[in-house]
Design a protein. Structure first.
Length: 135
């Protein structure tokens, strides 16, 4: 089994349906579409969390739980090798929405906009493998 990490408010630690970003969307999904965001490294989760917190909260982090999530080694992955030029959110959303529409792969793996040499892994919560994974 392959492993990824998720850093989340303890109140939402059991939410694996992408509901946290469904309302407003995120880099790889438009509003109205949920995606479960994870990172290959716990340290990247921390950095991703920090950059999205208001400045005042960065000195005293709110409570978070680190979740280790596993998925099958042979799960098919849509790979994004490089972010669009200037990491334009609109172009990322188009790619992510297309990935969700196709529904062929459980995972979308893409470079972090925070650390380009490291990767985030997004789960399609509507993919059939989500019934048995992540765990």
């Amino acid at each position: 089994m392959a492993l990824v990490w998720r850093l989340v408010d303890p109140r939402f630690s059991s939410d694996l349906d992408g509901s946290g970003n469904r309302i407003h969307g995120a880099r790889w999904n438009s509003p109205g579409r949920g995606v479960l965001y994870t990172s290959e490294n716990l340290s990247l989760c921390v950095l991703e969390t920090l950059v999205h917190l208001p400045g005042a909260l960065r000195t005293r982090l709110p409570p978070r739980v680190a979740l280790r999530i596993s998925y099958p080694d042979d799960a098919e992955v849509m790979e994004v090798r490089a972010l669009p030029e200037t990491a334009q959110a609109a172009k990322c959303k188009v790619t992510g929405d297309r990935w969700l529409d196709e529904g062929k792969t459980l995972l979308l793996r893409a470079p972090s906009a925070v650390v380009l040499q490291e990767f985030n892994v997004m789960f399609n919560p509507l993919h059939p493998l989500m019934g048995s994974h992540p765990s």
